[in-house]
Design a protein. Structure first.
Length: 452
C-alpha cells in the first residue's frame, strides 16, 4: 500500500510501549461510520482505516468496543441494580460545528443498554479486526479501544482478552468516554457519587476516580500479554491528573492517551426561548465536545505526566489541528498524536500534511530521529520563582511602529495607562511603561513590540 510522505527519507517511526509505529500520526478512535447500519459491510468499514494509512497514519485506533460474554452478563444483571429502560429511538450520533472552533456531539441512545453494548465486539469489531489484519501493512499496528460495564473489572478483562485473541497489538482502556454522562445524566451522576455505577460503559465516571481506574487497569494488565494503556478524560484536571497517571503506572499501564472528548452544555438559542441547538431533538443533553479548545488542556496533561510520571509513554489527542501542534505535543513529551475533528471537517489531507511537515521540519532543524526533539520542552519547565528574567537586569518598554499602527485604539482602551492615542496613532509613555507585553499580544496589526 502506498503511503504519503517520506520525501526527505527521515525515519518517522516511534516506539510506543514496545510496539513500533510507522509514523507518530494517527486518527483517534471514532464511533461507527455515518451510514445506515444495514448497509455497512466489513469491507466498507475496513476501507475507512486503510485510507487513513494511505494518507500517512502510522497506526490504527479501533472504535470504542465492549465485549461481555452472555454468562458473565447474565450474572451481572442479577448483581447490579437495574437501570430505567431508555426511550426508544433510531437517531444516530449527531454532530454540529460550534462557533468557537469546536465540534459538538449528541450520541445515539441505542447503545446504552447493557445487552446492546455488550455484544458490539461480536457484531462488528471482531470481523473488522480480521479484515484489517488481512489488508493492512504488517508494520501498522492495531490499537483496541476497550471499555466495560459499570465498575466491574471483569467486563474490561473480557473485552481486552477478546481483542488480544483477535490479534490487536495494544489495548487502550477507554476510561473517559462522556457517552453515559449524556445518555443517562441524572442516574449516572447519582450512582457515581455512590460508587455503584449501572451497567453502562462508565467512561469518565470511572476514569476520574484514580483508585477505581487503578484497580481496573491492574486486572486487565494481569489478564493479557500485550501492552495496556489508558485513555483519560480532559475533565480530569491539575493536579489530579498526576495522581491518576501515577496510579495507572503502578497498575502496569504502559501508555496514556490525553485525551477523550470533554463535556459541555450546548449553547441555547437565545432567540427561541432557550431551545436546544439540536434541531432534531426536543431537549438538550449535555454535549460531548472536541476540537481546538481541547488543546491547552491536552498540553497540560501531556506536560504534567511527562514531568511528574517518568517512564510513561504518552499519546496526545485533542485540538491537534496543525502540523506545528504535532511537534509541540512531542516536545512536551508525547510519543504520538491522534486527530479526530480535523479529519471530520477537512478529510484526510491533514494526516498527509502533518507527516510531510515532520520530515521537512526535521531536515531543516537538523534532527535525525523523533527522539532528538521529543521532550525538549519538559526540560524548560521551571518553577516561576527560580526563573531569571531579562527584566531583572534591564526592563524593556513598548514601541509602536507608526507605519503599522492603524489607530484602532485597542491597546489604549483597556487597563494599560502607558499608551494613549495622539494624532490617530498609539503613543507610549516610556516612563510609565511596565514592559508587560500586553500591547504586543492584543495589537491586531503587529505594530507593537518590546525593546530596550
Amino acid at each position: 500500500m502506498k503511503r504519503a510522505g517520506t520525501t526527505h527519507g527521515k525515519d518517522l517511526s516511534v516506539d510506543l510501549a514496545g510496539v513500533k509505529l510507522r509514523t507518530p500520526v494517527g486518527v483517534g478512535s471514532i464511533g461507527a461510520p455515518s451510514v445506515r447500519p444495514e448497509r455497512l459491510t466489513l469491507d466498507l468499514y475496513a476501507e475507512i482505516f486503510l485510507k487513513h494509512i494511505a494518507a500517512g497514519a502510522g497506526f490504527i485506533c479501533l472504535p470504542h468496543t465492549v465485549h461481555v460474554p452472555d454468562p458473565l452478563l447474565a450474572d451481572l444483571e442479577k448483581r447490579a441494580e437495574p437501570s430505567p429502560a431508555p426511550r426508544a429511538s433510531s437517531r444516530p450520533m449527531m454532530l454540529c460545528k460550534a462557533r468557537e472552533k469546536a465540534s459538538l456531539y449528541a450520541f445515539p441512545p441505542g447503545g446504552i443498554t447493557a445487552r446492546g453494548t455488550a455484544g458490539v465486539f461480536g457484531r462488528t469489531t471482531s470481523g473488522l479486526i480480521k479484515k484489517l489484519r488481512e489488508k493492512k501493512p504488517k508494520d501498522v499496528p492495531l490499537i483496541a479501544n476497550v471499555s466495560g460495564l459499570g465498575l466491574f473489572p471483569e467486563t474490561f478483562v473480557a473485552g481486552a482478552r477478546a481483542h488480544e485473541e483477535a490479534g490487536v497489538d495494544l489495548i487502550e482502556l477507554n476510561l473517559s468516554t462522556p457517552s453515559s454522562a449524556q445518555g443517562a445524566l441524572d442516574e449516572c451522576v447519582k450512582r457515581y457519587m455512590e460508587k455503584d455505577f449501572p451497567l453502562r460503559p462508565p467512561g469518565l465516571f470511572l476514569g476520574d476516580q484514580p483508585d477505581l481506574a487503578e484497580r481496573v487497569t491492574r486486572e486487565v494488565v494481569k489478564a493479557v500479554s500485550i501492552p495496556v494503556g489508558v485513555k483519560i478524560s480532559p475533565e480530569t484536571g491539575f493536579p489530579r491528573v498526576i495522581e491518576l497517571a501515577r496510579r495507572l503506572r503502578n497498575a502496569g499501564a504502559r501508555f496514556i492517551t490525553c485525551s477523550n472528548l470533554g463535556v459541555t452544555a450546548a449553547p441555547p438559542d437565545i432567540y427561541r426561548n432557550g431551545k436546544p441547538a439540536w434541531s432534531h431533538l426536543d431537549g438538550s443533553p449535555l454535549a460531548a465536545i472536541g476540537g481546538e479548545w481541547l488543546r491547552p488542556l491536552v498540553y497540560k496533561q501531556i506536560a504534567c505526566i511527562a514531568r511528574f510520571v517518568p517512564g510513561m509513554d504518552i499519546i496526545g489527542c485533542g485540538g491537534i489541528s496543525k502540523p506545528e501542534h504535532v511537534v509541540e505535543s512531542m516536545m512536551l513529551g508525547a510519543k504520538a498524536v491522534e486527530m479526530v475533528t480535523p479529519v471530520l471537517f477537512q478529510g484526510r489531507k491533514p494526516i498527509t500534511k502533518d507527516v510531510r511537515f515532520l520530515e521537512r521540519y526535521m531536515e531543516e532543524q537538523g534532527y535525525t530521529f523523533l527522539e532528538d526533539f521529543r521532550g525538549l520542552a519538559v526540560g524548560q519547565m521551571t518553577p516561576g520563582n527560580e526563573l531569571h528574567s531579562t527584566h531583572d537586569d534591564r526592563s524593556p518598554a513598548a514601541r509602536v511602529d507608526p507605519q503599522k499602527c492603524k489607530g484602532c485604539g485597542i491597546c489604549a482602551d483597556s487597563i494599560c495607562l502607558a499608551i494613549s492615542l495622539e494624532g490617530g496613532l498609539a503613543k507610549v509613555n516610556v516612563d510609565m511603561c511596565l514592559g508587560c507585553g500586553m500591547c504586543v499580544a492584543v495589537c491586531p496589526h503587529e505594530a507593537a513590540t518590546l525593546a530596550y
